[in-house]
Design a binder for this molecule. Structure first.
Ligand SMILES: Cc1cc2nc3c(=O)[nH]c(=O)nc-3n(C[C@H](O)[C@H](O)[C@H](O)COP(=O)(O)O)c2cc1C
Length: 325
């Protein structure tokens, strides 16, 4: 039997990974009201870090901002165009951004990248997925601008390229990654044919020499499974990107192994787990030992500041024994 590539080492720019199992970016609302991390956050990540590297994902909400929070904090909701994410009352009516605000956004991403580096993160991931601000600029369903930031494939890619260049200038391409969700319908997204637009942006960020690209499978919308009959392939992106690739969306140990061993034996893929990593602090150990992950409890994903559903998921007995030995 050929070795399981999921458990083989992989070099991602300067990062020497021991295996190809990664933790997906997961918003958990456990910091303070002023967005400051606490010892609880340290405990959560320490539980899940078995000799590892950590990227900080940076993103702006755009029209996906929660209306109530924006009102409470006196923030105007801005987006590429004055188009709501959906009829869901949690979203507000955005105002189209001025050129000055777009310039400030580029600067804000560069500043955030610098802060992440200074805080000790190994890499920075620019979030261009799941219907947040940069994804809104990329896709025509949310971008109907008639200036140089909209109206054509090239123009819709422009802000993402400017942001990526600015981040690369600050921290270096070898510490920069990007996340895309070409097929996601979450938060009112998905172009009629996303392939030409995403081909353009993948080619452009490839030319900048980023450390990795991270993709989300179409079987996931945000953090929810969608019907298998509505799924589409990421094949076009695999053909364009030959450097390390992170892939997430509904994977378990078997399907992850199949992806890296059988479907893409010539690609360097890290399979990301989201919900299973929420519930299972010793996930790589369990994959290696063929042990099942803990079941996750969706109702505790976002309980603000609470250790419940955050740091109280158990390690396996086998893992505890192995660290005592
Ligand atoms: C609680 C929760 C929070 C999430 N937060 C983010 C986020 O901040 N950024 C992001 O890119 N994806 C986020 N996601 C999506 C995950 O990164 C991942 O793509 C998705 O859960 C699919 O992977 P899975 O099937 O292994 O859970 C979140 C998912 C969950 C369940």
């Amino acid at each position: 039997m050929s070795p399981n590539r999921l458990l083989q080492p992989l070099q991602v720019s300067t990062m020497a990974l021991h295996h190809r199992i990664g933790m997906a970016p997961l918003t958990r609302f456990r910091s303070t009201d002023d967005h400051v991390p606490t010892p609880l956050n340290v405990e959560y990540y320490a539980q899940r870090a078995s000799g590892c590297y950590m990227a900080c994902q940076i993103f702006a909400m755009g029209r996906a901002a929660v209306k109530e929070v924006a009102e409470r904090e006196g923030i105007q909701i801005t987006a590429p165009s004055a188009l709501r994410a959906s009829d869901d009352p949690q979203y507000g009516d955005p105002v189209a951004m001025t050129k000055k605000q777009i310039g400030m956004t580029v600067q804000a991403f560069a500043d955030a990248a610098r802060n992440a580096r200074d805080a000790g993160f190994d890499a920075v991931e620019i979030h261009v997925g799941n219907g947040y601000l940069l994804d809104q600029f990329l896709q025509d369903v949310s971008n109907q601008r008639d200036d140089e930031y909209g109206g054509s494939i090239e123009n819709r890619s422009r802000l993402i390229v400017e942001v990526t260049r600015a981040v690369v200038d600050v921290i270096g391409a070898d510490r920069t990654g990007i996340r895309l969700s070409p097929w996601s319908t979450f938060q009112g997204m998905c172009m009629a044919d996303p392939i030409p637009q995403f081909t353009d942006i993948i080619r452009k960020v490839d030319a900048l020499g980023l450390a990795y690209m991270s993709l989300i499978e179409s079987r996931i919308s945000g953090s929810e499974q969608v019907s298998e009959k509505n799924t589409n392939s990421l094949e076009f992106a695999y053909k364009l990107w030959k450097r390390p690739l992170l892939v997430a969306g509904g994977y378990n140990a078997e399907t992850a192994q199949k992806l890296v061993n059988e479907q893409y034996p010539d690609h360097n893929i890290i399979v990301l787990f989201g919900r299973h990593y929420v519930s299972t602090p010793d996930l790589p150990f369990r994959v290696k030992q063929s042990l099942s992950p803990n079941p996750y409890n969706r109702s505790t994903f976002y309980i603000q500041k609470s250790p419940q559903g955050y740091t109280d998921y158990p390690f396996s007995h086998e893992y505890l024994q192995s660290v005592q030995a």
